[in-house]
Design a protein around this ligand. Structure first.
Ligand code: RFL
Ligand code: PHB
Length: 389
């Protein structure tokens, strides 16, 4: 097989890149290790920055997003029972959009299928060959049959556990990592959300987040020890703990019901540099991870895709390599700011094992400053709605 851009990974990064390239007549093949149903079964991000909304519009995949997505003009932060609001629209002129990653991915799959895009599912043993030459190739197996793709470029969009990042030699790659001593236990339930906006809640018992997918589908998270397993938590125990971590007025509005998904995600900050090696370009979780507190994972994947798409489009239009040559540096400059913001939100709102009284007082002082200081709120809002790209 031959293509211009071989894309490893059929998650949101890979699909969005493939669809954007298609709008400029650039051919790609997407290789996905799982089935489409498996990818759509993963419940992940829920908050989209305007930058991603614009990219989905450019990709011709935003009709349902505009019909069903819920613009949020602000978010609530609760600290020890008191709630205050950060008004994104007043502070930045920009809202965020609540629309699930599952729906984004579903829309992208539909668009790729409608355009006759090639997506190969259930591929195994993907190996990227000759990424540091002018003729990269991808070797893989499908249904036990060995296959090869010759291409001009490889986009590594295969997530944190993929093969792309590890294709870059260890003496070229530099990795930065921070692990947090807790995870997030999340549930999805077919109940109406507790509020019309998200509530990030810092409490003595640990962090909790009230989020949603739509008016009838709620998403809630609570901070939990890394040793916990989802099966340790009955639905009743989850609701009880959530109720104790959110302010009373929110707890009064909490509608409970059976969970339709329950999972635990560890929290991690991670960046791998550079994001380009020869003709291999990393995008999204393949190159970096943020703790979910700032809602930045999918959104940073989107800005990577934007920079790479612009670089590749420029190359195919005029042979000019400036865009692809500057890719890693441009993408990383934005990534590190999202890393900082996600780390800050995480440190601000969680209880840390062994946290001293002094550390706790600092957290409270910082929350109090955010509650009462317009400049602090503006800085938070600008980061939350997404730095420009
Ligand atoms: P993905 O989604 O992991 O997709 C990678 C795809 O590559 C496939 N793959 C391979 N394919 C072929 N060969 C191989 N060797 C392969 N290895 C892997 C995988 O099967 C998969 O389909 O990465 P991508 O596309 O970069 O997208 C990144 C986002 O998924 C991620 O950053 C976000 O979900 C993070 N995230 C959030 N981001 C936000 O912007 N806002 C949020 O509100 C938000 N909330 C979250 C989140 C992530 C969470 N979890 C579970 C990690 C909430 C949670 C709980
Ligand atoms: C979600 O709805 O899944 C969600 C929202 C905001 C976050 C993280 C996750 O910061």
């Amino acid at each position: 097989m031959k293509t211009q851009v071989a894309i490893v990974g059929g998650g949101p990064s890979g699909l969005l890149l493939s669809q954007l390239l298609h709008t400029r007549g650039i051919d790609s093949i997407v290789l996905e290790r799982r089935t489409q149903a498996y990818v759509l079964g993963r419940i992940r991000a829920g908050v989209l920055e305007q930058g991603l909304v614009r990219l989905l519009e450019e990709a011709g995949c935003a009709d349902r997003l505009h019909a069903e997505g819920i613009p949020h003009d602000g978010t609530c932060i609760a600290s020890d029972g008191e709630i205050f609001r950060i008004d994104f629209r007043a502070l930045t002129g920009t809202p965020v959009m609540v629309y699930g990653q599952t729906e984004v991915t579903r829309d992208l799959y539909a668009a790729r299928e409608a355009a006759g895009g090639r997506i190969l599912y259930e591929v195994d043993d993907v190996t990227i060959l000759g990424a540091d030459t002018d003729r990269p190739e991808i070797a893989f197996t499908q249904n036990g049959e060995p296959q090869r793709i010759q291409c001009d470029f490889v986009a590594g969009c295969d997530g944190f556990h993929g093969v792309s990042r590890r294709t870059i030699p260890e003496d070229v790659r530099r990795e930065y990592e921070k692990l947090y001593p807790f995870g997030w236990l999340g549930i999805l339930s077919e109940t109406s959300p507790v509020d019309h906006e998200l509530i990030y809640s810092s409490s003595e018992r640990g962090f909790a987040l009230c989020s949603m997918r739509n008016a009838h589908l709620s998403r809630y998270y609570i901070q939990c020890p890394l040793t916990d397993k989802p099966e340790d938590w009955s639905d009743e125990a989850f609701w009880e703990e959530l109720r104790r971590r959110i302010p009373e007025e929110a707890a009064r509005n909490l509608v409970t019901g059976p969970s339709i998904e329950k999972s635990i995600a560890p929290l991690r900050s991670f960046v791998s540099e550079p994001m380009r090696w020869g003709r291999l370009f990393l995008c999204g979780d393949a190159a970096h991870i943020v703790p979910p507190t700032g809602a930045k994972g999918l959104n940073t994947a989107a800005s990577d895709v934007h920079y790479l798409f612009e670089g590749l489009a420029r190359y195919y239009r005029s042979g000019d390599t400036e865009g692809i040559d500057g890719y890693s540096e441009k993408a990383l400059a934005r990534i590190w700011k999202a890393e900082r913001f996600s780390w800050w939100m995480t440190a601000l709102l969680h209880r840390f094992p062994g946290q001293s009284d002094f550390d706790r007082r600092l957290q409270r002082a910082e929350l109090d400053f955010l509650r009462s200081n317009a400049s602090a709120q503006k800085a938070m809002a600008e980061n939350y709605v997404g730095l420009p790209y």
